[in-house]
Design a protein around this ligand. Structure first.
Ligand SMILES: [Zn+2]
Length: 208
């Protein structure tokens, strides 16, 4: 498999970009890998990069984007921050990816058993972690189906908050980035959420 170039990136629709990730995750869970020569890809991308997607995911060591979607060098922009939360640097990175680097897809990818979400559910306060927890709090506030044991010990509660946290991040992206919301309205990009299951390796995309 070759690295993307300007021509292959231009020819992709946002839905094609999403299909690439689905196909890649399907290879991953079947323990298949696209045949890539990474050193050749270094050479192919030495003059530039044409990634088809930007993926915001957690720092969790089990959720490395290029691995779980079976992607090579130059294929995707990878933004990783604990709890896959949005801030202005993340938004700036996404704006660069879709407006200037030609990416067609923005993915916000949460995951099961997320330590950051669990800690937020436990109202952890410590150093700079406090501010990070604060960014996950809106998802906790939105969760209104679990009535008892609304904390990190309740796996069901944590998973529901993790899902809502993805939706919250997507809302933030649309509300806080005029560049991204305009491109989305024009149909030039897609914004999709999903959850990676650390027990199965499967990514479940939220598609309506
Ligand atoms: Zn996590």
């Amino acid at each position: 498999m070759k690295a993307h170039d300007k021509k292959s990136q231009d020819s992709l629709t946002p839905q094609d970009a999403l299909d690439y990730l689905k196909e890649g995750n399907n290879r991953f869970i079947n323990n298949l890998r696209a045949n890539r020569n990474l050193l050749q890809m270094v050479n192919d991308t030495s003059e530039g990069q044409w990634p088809f997607a930007i993926i915001l995911s957690c720092i969790d060591s089990r959720t490395a984007t290029e691995l779980i979607f079976d992607q090579g060098l130059g294929d995707v922009f990878s933004v990783r921050v604990a709890g896959n939360v949005v801030n202005e640097d993340v938004l700036g990175s996404m704006e660069y990816a879709v407006k200037y680097a030609g990416s067609k897809l923005i993915v916000v990818l949460g995951h099961t058993k997320c330590g950051a979400v669990t800690s937020a559910c436990n109202r952890v306060k410590d150093g700079n972690i406090t501010a990070l927890m604060h960014k996950i709090k809106p998802a906790i506030d939105k969760e209104n189906t679990v009535k008892e044991e609304r904390n990190g010990k309740n796996a069901e509660f944590v998973e529901k908050v993790a899902n809502l946290n993805v939706f919250h991040a997507i809302e933030e992206i649309r509300e806080r980035s005029d560049i991204i919301s305009a491109l989305e309205k024009e149909g030039r990009i897609l914004i999709v959420g999903g959850i990676y299951d650390v027990e199965t390796g499967i990514v479940d995309f939220f598609e309506d």
